[in-house]
Design a protein around this ligand. Structure first.
Ligand code: DOR
Ligand code: ZN
Length: 347
């Protein structure tokens, strides 16, 4: 078989990104905007993006921070709480401010304290979203402290996903950043109204990597990486080309001193080389022919959008991931696989 050395595809989109705000946003946004046509922007700021007004203001700040000439389009999400007003959510959706709404179980991850404490509190919101066919994006982990951290996604499927999808037969749901073979099977069993994003780090690392020769805080994220068998199931799903699986980096920058700490923050900053890292995975799986579906076609189709009109080219070329990027406040952020050599490069 002849080796493929260049790959031209419709410009990819990132269906799950943390752009942050202020100086951190200014530091990380150019990497996402350079590679992707659009991105679903997560709302877990402090305070979170809870209203259509806050969503419009955050979108303005992102657009102002974009490099000049950029055509990148941020797609905004609303942060659901026990008190979300269905009328405000509806207005935000109809005005084109919100593309979707994000559900964080309260306490599940970074800045999720104002999240939903009980699904019973948001029935009116979910009824409205079902009626609007507004996608619900779910951080799928239970917060029950008695459940082992490695089992939280699996238990969420049984306790929350299944009953919610049963009750709302028309609700469109994205199971975000899936990490287990159980989630892969579950998504497949639900058919086209359920999609799933898969991060590149969950395709590349397993839970043993986090502890190899010592603890690696820059490989800590939520949901935490699972056993090797799960990583392999995710690789199989991503490279299958199946319409339900699409690219979502969950790139989540934190300053190095917040990661390398007695209580380090969860989040992996992969935006610097996201498309190249995914291409590497597809190449390793001899599935480059499925890369465009996963990166550029399946996501827009799920969201009812056209693929990006323009194209990007990737070339087989060795390059080294930088050790750090600088933020204007003097802090630095360490990219995923800092210092390592990658073998695909966006032209
Ligand atoms: O690792 C993570 N970091 N997982 C999340 O769900 C949130 C994110 C963040 O915002 O830092
Ligand atoms: Zn996230």
């Amino acid at each position: 078989m002849t080796e493929i050395d260049t790959l031209t595809i419709h410009r990819p989109d990132d269906w799950h990104v943390h752009l942050r705000d202020g100086q951190m946003m200014e530091a990380v946004l150019p990497y996402t905007a350079q590679q992707f046509g659009r991105a679903i922007v997560m709302p877990n700021l402090v305070p979170p993006v809870m209203t259509a007004k806050a969503g419009a203001e955050y979108r303005d700040r992102i657009n102002k921070a974009l490099p000049s000439g950029s055509t990148f389009e941020p797609l905004m999400t609303a942060y659901l709480t026990d008190n979300t007003d269905p009328a405000d959510l509806e207005a935000g959706f109809k005005d084109g401010i919100f593309t979707a709404a994000k559900l964080y179980p309260a306490g599940a991850t970074t800045n999720s304290d104002s999240g939903v404490t009980n699904f019973a509190n948001i029935h009116a919101v979910l009824d409205k979203m079902e009626e609007l066919t507004m996608p619900l994006l779910v951080h799928g982990e239970v917060t029950d402290p008695s459940i082992d951290i490695f089992d939280r996604e699996h238990v969420f499927i049984k306790r929350v996903m299944e009953p919610t999808l049963d009750r709302y037969q028309g609700l469109k749901v994205v199971f975000e950043h899936i990490t287990t073979s159980a989630a892969v099977d579950f998504v497949r069993s639900q058919g086209p109204r359920v999609g799933a994003t898969i991060t590149v780090h969950h395709l590349m690392i397993n839970r043993t990597d986090i502890f190899k020769g010592g603890i690696h805080p820059h490989l800590y994220c939520l949901p935490i990486a699972k056993r090797e068998q799960h990583r392999l199931a995710l690789r199989e799903a991503a490279t299958s080309g199946e319409a339900q699986f699409f690219l979502g980096t969950d790139t989540a920058p934190h300053a190095v001193n917040a990661k390398e700490s007695a209580c380090g923050c969860a989040g992996i900053f992969s935006a610097l080389s996201a498309v190249e890292l995914y291409a590497q995975v597809f190449d390793e799986e001899q599935a480059l022919d499925q890369f465009e579906a996963f990166a550029s076609l399946n996501g827009p189709a799920f969201y009812g959008l056209d693929p990006n009109a323009d194209k990007v080219t990737l070339k087989r070329e060795a390059w080294q991931v930088p050790d750090a990027i600088e933020v204007a406040d003097g802090s630095t952020v360490q990219p995923f696989l800092a210092g390592e050599t990658l073998n695909w490069k966006l032209v």
